[in-house]
Design a protein around this ligand. Structure first.
Ligand code: NAD
Length: 367
């Protein structure tokens, strides 16, 4: 059988810098764990625009549809700010998500003990936090029709429509329950069934899907209460499933519980392919960070944790994912810090490559 395939799209700004470190980790798995991948690399975002005049070439899109997983760095930068909307770097990212039909966005909020002081919340509220937000990504109010700004009488009216079909809710819910089965078997579904019909349907469909997962404890919460609970007692949750709009807000809120943007991974999953693996794209939450690009200052951990998610969710290598997460936890506990993780006590930050060195050494030590 051929090795599983990965398409790497480093993108712009710090994207290529952090991705270089992930490639070292991928190579380590091939050399030390007999876990080799077929890796190809291509352009996305501003880099693709510079080469081809579009933020994603059709050939790259076709490759993304064929591989087992796409790993993306980041796109964008001031150089591209004035481009026409249709060729802006972000359009490359949106095209990938849309054409791969990546409907389930996974955003873990995990607090490494060594970084618990970085949270804006009290240390004991966040230490050991490990929750997962599943956001429906391809429907809801960001896509629903009718939409627009219309004239009505002598004023304008802005319109957006929250619209969900049962099948759209069902597939998002199913991915949340599947995840919960691999975790602590708890799902909390968040909507506004008290004031929105789409919320009533959401609750009904999630409840129905839940019947297929009797081992999973399902609860429901209004999304506004969910936001409060996330900052009051986030550790009560395991998997949260919610729609596109609430998920956008709640996942950013949960992400900040853990401190730095340089630590946050994500996965976007779609329907299973012929080989049973889901269509999948993994990427750090952060952008291209033009303020530090090219200086070797970027934290590669968010991108590495995104690869750990790929190991777990695309390649069924949960133990190897835990090995990589463990190596990252170990170097942080030992005091390794890139600039974004420096506390008031100061010290000398590690460069991007030095953080990569430390994590590779911890991986070696894990054998
Ligand atoms: P950003 O995430 O790039 O940076 C925000 C701040 O966090 C900056 O100070 C940056 O230095 C810091 N930061 C981010 N990642 C870091 C890392 N790995 N290590 C250390 N520090 C890190 O957000 P922004 O400044 O709002 O956007 C910059 C560009 O990135 C824009 O063009 C924007 O459109 C784009 N963007 C892309 C994505 C994506 O590719 N998914 C996401 C967000 C923003």
């Amino acid at each position: 059988m051929s090795n599983p395939s990965i398409l790497i799209l480093p993108g712009d700004g710090i994207g290529p810098e952090v991705m270089d470190q992930v490639v070292r980790v991928i190579d380590w798995y091939g050399a030390k764990r007999d876990l080799a991948f077929e890796v190809s690399t291509d352009l996305v975002g501003g880099a693709a625009y510079d080469a081809h005049g579009v933020p994603l070439h059709d050939d790259t899109m076709a490759k993304a549809q064929e591989v087992d997983a796409v790993l993306l760095g980041a796109v964008g930068g001031p150089k591209y700010d004035d481009l026409d909307f249709s060729v802006k770097p972000e359009r490359g990212l949106l095209r990938l998500r849309k054409e791969m039909d990546l409907y389930s966005n996974l955003r873990p909020a995990q607090c490494f003990d060594a970084l618990a002081d970085f949270s804006s919340l009290k240390k004991d509220v966040v230490a050991g936090l490990d929750i997962m937000i599943v956001r429906e990504l391809t429907s809801g109010v960001y896509f629903g029709e009718p939409r627009g700004i219309i004239e009505e009488g002598n004023e304008r009216v802005g319109i957006n429509t929250q619209r969900y079909t049962e099948s759209e809710i069902e597939r998002a819910a199913r991915s949340a329950f599947e995840l919960a089965m691999r975790r602590n078997k708890k799902v909390c579904s968040m909507e506004k069934a008290n004031v929105m019909e789409s919320g009533i349907l959401w609750r009904e469909v999630v409840t129905k899907v839940g019947e297929d997962y009797p081992e999973v404890e399902l609860s429901h919460m209004y999304a506004d209460n969910g936001a409060m609970q996330l900052v009051r007692a986030p550790k009560q949750f395991d998997v949260i499933v919610t729609d596109n709009l609430f998920g956008d807000i709640l996942s950013d809120c949960a992400a900040m519980l853990t401190g730095s943007l340089g630590m946050l991974p994500s996965a976007s999953l779609g329907a299973p392919m012929a080989n049973g693996r889901p269509k999948a794209m993994y990427e750090p939450v952060h952008g291209s960070a033009p303020d530090i690009a090219g200086q070797g200052k970027a934290n590669p951990i968010a991108c590495m944790l995104s690869f750990a998610m790929a190991l777990r969710y695309s390649f069924d290598q949960g133990e190897e994912a835990a090995r990589l997460e463990g190596a990252i936890e170990k170097v942080l506990a030992d005091g390794a810090r890139t600039g974004d993780l420096m506390g008031p006590e100061g010290g000398t930050p590690l460069s991007t490559a030095e953080m990569g060195d430390a994590i590779l050494a911890a991986l070696d030590a894990s054998l």
